[in-house]
Ligand binder design. Sequence first.
Ligand SMILES: C[S@@+](CC[C@H](N)C(=O)[O-])C[C@H]1O[C@@H](n2cnc3c(N)ncnc32)[C@H](O)[C@@H]1O
Length: 337
Amino acid sequence: MTSPSPLEHALPPELVSDWEALNSRWQEGPLREWLEALPDQFSTGLSPARYGDLSRWREALAALPPLPTAAIRLNTSRVGLSGTAPDETMDALHSALMGLHPWRKGPFELCGLHLDTEWRSDWKWDRLADAIAPLTGRRVLDVGCGNGYHCWRMLGAGATEVIGVDPTPLFILQFKAVQHYLQQPAIHVLPMTLEAMPEHLHVFDTVFSMGVLYHRRDPMAHLASLKHKLAPGGQLVLETLVIEGDDDALLEPNGRYARMGNVWQLPSPGLASSWLKLAGFNEVEIVDVGVTSVEEQRRTPWMTFHSLEEFLDPEDPTLTIEGFPAPRRAILTANVI
Ligand SMILES: C[S@@+](CC[C@H](N)C(=O)[O-])C[C@H]1O[C@@H](n2cnc3c(N)ncnc32)[C@H](O)[C@@H]1O
């Protein structure tokens, strides 16, 4: 056995395998620039000095029990592993995964353990899966991917490489818990924002930005940055909170929206389309619009904090607790030449 290189020694242990895989895959072309920045980004993104809970989450990861070999499920609503395991193993699995609470995006299932997350993220997937360019053979970027639930679905849909980025360290470790069992070499969830990536890459065939646009103070800058990640002929899949209204309707909550901070601008679907055209995208299509239900986002044993029901006006659930229109979401697709 060879001893680790000084670089590997400095990397967060969870990300050494990502570094090794990407280092061998990205030697050529524009991704090399990003490769050079990765070690610093990994160390900052999972820094124990910045994130006091990291050691507790690491203990949870280390406590994951071995599971019997079973079939990997990527194309079902519950991503995970089939099969069964003895009760003691399942108890250990339950307790290790609960150490990574709250689980927001999913669902997952491991040997019969149903990780019933706050969001039925599979419903979002079902709304977009047939409306986007087929992912077979494509290199995909998922910006703000959370714990990577949709990244697994993208891999299951045939993508050859899936890169998710998200700045929230708990979500990276949740991804690692699932990857611990699924062991798929072509999927990586990396701890960083979109803005931390090299601006001009032009290498991804499909870029997803779902649930991120309204968190950005400058939505046009976000769209421009997404465009710069797309290869010629590539497709953007944009999902965002919207409001009902004319093609120029815009809500600026100026404070909290459904108890969320950092919500800057909610356009109408028509205005979101105009933004995409202004940013230089072509063939812009609104493929879905709908109100988020309390069946889709709700408290579960795996996410025991308040959820959508508590964020709505108890007298009038068509309004948020602050009196704004209740969450409505749109999915748009747009292409680059
Ligand atoms: C509402 S969640 C959406 C998760 C997932 N994409 C989905 O649609 O279910 C937004 C995610 O974006 C991440 N995020 C926030 N700002 C970001 C940024 N500047 N770049 C990348 N991700 C960001 C957050 O950590 C969070 O996990």
